[in-house]
Ligand binder design. Structure first.
Ligand code: FAD
Ligand code: MLT
Ligand code: ZN
Length: 472
């Protein structure tokens, strides 16, 4: 049977569109964190929406499951096939053309396999900004960003992937192509398939292209590294910054010294704008301005000066050059890589809680974790301006990190996620459900919403062939 499906797929995609060699398939079968390892019958690399539609129909004919894959940088194991070796990975790598740029409409239409950084560069060539910004932007793809509704560091000002998308083209599990690539900001014609597919993690269809919003390019960006006594102070500073800078405030990221220690140990970071042990918390703040560098710097310096005088800030370093700003951002981005690649397996949480309640949430949760596991470490960092923090739990220093993670992850998830729910939060803010949080969603999901999700899945994918084992 497999031979017949493979030969049908080869007929559709040609030699360049298929990978069956085990060594070449291997990188497509493991997730970025190397937590999930699967196998695949073949990796298909279609180069057009028509090829995607044809391969979807062929897989349906042979009852073969499909795992869509973009840059494979996801944090929830959502793009990894299972270990049966029977599923087909559909990589979007070759669907990577920029189809159109409409500068007057502030929109760009790209295929799903366009790398995020390429999209940003293409926008810049046209004197426009594409604002989605995440640490993996050099390898993640716009289709993957949409399928996981990625967030990142500029959500505060520009919104997440969903809010940046005007239209999509996608192949549904029945092989039909949805053509909804309009670059319209207003379009009320019934149910939004676009919004259904965004965040569906490859379980309802394959996005083949998207029309995304563009913005005017700011004239200036000012970055500041701020030392603070407490998370309460960080949240209070956010209130002031948001009120005084308004739409100029683009990023407001919280960083814990443990993350800085990890980044330093990883060798990616040699020095810090302020000594890394000089405060309990740091904030990396950025403001962008359509007027001028001088206007932006003055607004930030006045605001920060008042905060220092009021004693709410311990210290601050404002980047004087683009190079200094980039090195501040490099430290921020190094944290995520260091904790996975150098520190090893940890128990990941990607949570959101109303920002007004985050400090209390952290006090209660950290106390509960510490009571049960003395010396437990939490690298709590991320997008505090969006009410989204990565609450990553590491074993106490003396214990073995890997076995701690394996044995304790369920108990630790319960402590963290029970508190998240208690504080009116979400167990997945931006990384999605995938396979990592599938059981957590089953445990905490609102019953009516879960039932509706299952009904939608059944209606669109009655054979359950699209990314089985993920999300629901
Ligand atoms: P993949 O990992 O390949 O796939 C993700 C999901 O989308 C899977 O379910 C897959 O089946 C599905 N999929 C992929 N392409 C398609 C398609 N064309 N049609 C349908 N389904 C598809 N995420 C954030 O949100 N914010 C961050 O700040 C952030 N920082 C990160 C930093 C680092 C260093 C790394 C490694 C990751 C980070 N991530 C972050 C997670 C990840 O990069 C993003 O979720 C990204 O959007 C995934 O894109 P991808 O192309 O790699 O998708
Ligand atoms: C980030 O914001 O750097 C990633 O989304 C977080 C993570 O690696 O947990
Ligand atoms: Zn993040």
């Amino acid at each position: 049977m497999s031979t017949t499906l493979l030969s049908a797929l080869r007929e559709t995609l040609g030699e360049r569109g298929m990978i069956t060699d085990p060594a070449e398939k291997a990188p497509y079968c493991v997730d970025w964190r190397k937590k999930y390892v699967g196998d695949t019958l073949a990796v298909c690399l279609p180069s057009s929406a028509l090829e995607v539609a044809a391969l979807v129909r062929q897989c349906a004919e042979f009852n073969t499951a499909i795992v869509p894959q973009g840059g494979n940088t996801g944090m929830s194991g959502a793009a990894t096939p299972d270990s049966s070796g029977k599923q087909i990975v559909v990589s979007m790598k070759r669907l990577n053309r920029v189809r159109a740029v409409d500068t007057a409409n502030y929109s760009i239409t790209v295929e799903a396999g366009v790398i995020l950084q390429t999209l940003q560069d293409e926008a810049a060539k046209h004197d426009r900004l594409f604002p989605l910004a995440i640490g993996s932007q050099g390898s993640c793809m716009i289709g993957g960003n949409l399928a996981s509704n990625a967030g990142g560091t500029a959500v505060l000002r520009y919104g997440n992937a969903r809010e940046l998308c005007l239209g999509i083209e996608a192949v549904l599990p029945n092989g039909e192509i949805v053509n909804a690539l309009q670059g319209l900001r207003k379009n009320n014609v019934g149910y939004s398939l676009r919004d259904l597919l965004i965040g569906s993690e490859g379980t309802l269809g394959i996005i083949t292209a998207a029309t995304m919003k563009l913005f005017p390019r700011p004239k200036a960006q000012v970055t500041a590294w701020i030392a603070l006594e407490s998370m309460d102070d960080a949240i209070a500073l956010f209130q002031v910054a948001f009120a005084k800078l308004g739409a100029m405030l683009t990023a407001f990221e919280l960083i814990h010294p443990l993350g800085l220690e990890m980044a330093e140990r990883s060798d990616a970071v040699k020095s810090f704008p302020l000594p890394r042990d000089s405060a309990n918390w740091f904030v990396l703040m950025e403001a962008s301005d359509g007027e001028s560098e001088a206007h932006a710097t003055a607004a930030i310096e006045v605001m920060l000066g008042e905060e220092i005088e009021a004693g709410r800030i311990l210290d601050v370093a404002v980047a004087g050059t683009m190079a200094q700003s980039q090195s501040m951002w490099a430290i921020r981005e190094a944290i995520s890589v260091a904790q996975s690649m150098v520190e090893g397996p940890h128990i990941k949480h990607d949570i959101s809680v109303p920002i007004s309640r985050f400090a209390e949430f952290h006090r209660v949760t950290f106390a509960a974790l510490s009571e049960r596991y003395s010396g437990i470490r939490v690298n709590c960092f991320g997008h505090i301006g969006d009410g989204n923090l990565h609450y990553n739990v590491f074993a106490p220093l003396a214990s073995d990190q890997a076995s701690f993670g394996n044995v304790e992850s369920e108990a630790i998830n319960r402590i963290v996620h029970d508190r998240v729910v208690e504080f009116g939060g979400s167990i997945s803010a931006e990384h999605g459900i995938g396979q990592l949080r599938r059981d957590e969603l089953a445990h905490y999901g609102d019953p009516a919403s879960m039932q509706a999700m299952r009904a939608i899945k059944q209606a669109l994918d009655p054979k359950g062939l699209f990314n089985p084992g993920k999300v629901i």
